[in-house]
Design a protein around this ligand. Structure first.
Ligand SMILES: [Zn+2]
Length: 251
């Protein structure tokens, strides 16, 4: 049993006993972990109220080698999520960031870049960017880093360039755009505007600077959200809980 340190974002807090919680954390160095936080409910406990949903903490924990829960021994608050003080939509968006981390990653599978993308997104949710675009950028980054990014430039079947000004076929199950030839016989194909595909391609480009503010016309934002809702639901095998609240996010 070794003592480990990492930065971590708090994804879930569940009652365990009168004085303790079981917390799910996404750590920068060890990926997702589930740990027992003994005495966390005591006002002057060892965690100084750092264990707050979506907060970023510096933690120390004992890594159990068996199936047993890890043991959290220290948590110091680095940054509390303050989006909720602005409005509910920001809180829901934050919950969705956490839900995707929980659902898309396995315990003990480190993804430092994804950790940083999640922290950046939580910080951006407190800023002035279009909320739904913060979420779209985070989703596409998570999909890319985890190897699930759909193809937006070339046909997912034959790799021919797919361009056009009208509408483009997107295969939800195929995992990307389809050329005229390959769309035949595919299941779950939706037809979306070329503009929407172009925006998705732009946002999913890892070279896009963090500081680049993405502004998307209202008419396209609904289509974008619909396409990603379906894609993420297919990937997870169920609809994420927070999807129904994402409508509130389109301000
Ligand atoms: Zn094709």
């Amino acid at each position: 049993m070794s003592s480990e340190k990492s930065l971590a974002v708090v994804l879930r807090i569940v009652d365990f006993s009168e004085s303790s919680y079981v917390v799910t954390l996404f750590t920068e160095d060890f990926g997702k972990i589930t740990a027992l936080a003994k005495g966390a409910k005591r006002p002057k406990g060892p965690f100084e109220s750092a264990l707050d949903l979506l907060a970023v903490c510096r933690i120390v924990f004992l890594h159990k080698s068996s199936d047993a829960l890890d043991l959290l021994t220290e948590a110091k608050l680095e940054r509390r999520f303050r989006g909720a003080t602005r409005n509910l939509a920001r809180l829901y968006a934050g919950y969705y960031v956490a839900e995707l981390l929980t659902e898309l990653t396995d315990e003990g599978d480190p993804h430092a870049e994804l950790f940083r993308a999640a922290c950046d997104s939580l910080a951006a949710l407190e800023g002035e960017e279009q909320l739904d675009m913060v979420i779209v950028r985070y989703e596409l980054t998570a999909l890319r880093l985890l190897g699930h990014l759909p193809r937006f430039g070339e046909c997912v079947r034959c790799s021919d360039a797919v361009r056009g000004e009208g509408r483009i076929a997107f295969g939800q199950l195929a995992g990307g755009v389809l050329c005229q030839r390959c769309r035949v016989g595919q299941r779950q194909v939706v037809s979306v505007t070329a503009d929407t595909i172009r925006i998705l391609k732009q946002i999913s480009d890892p070279q896009l600077p963090k500081s680049h503010k993405i502004e998307v016309k209202r008419t396209l934002r609904g289509e974008l959200r619909g396409l990603l809702n379906q894609y993420v639901s297919n990937l997870l095998g169920h609809r994420p809980k927070m999807h129904k609240y994402l409508e509130l996010i389109a301000e």
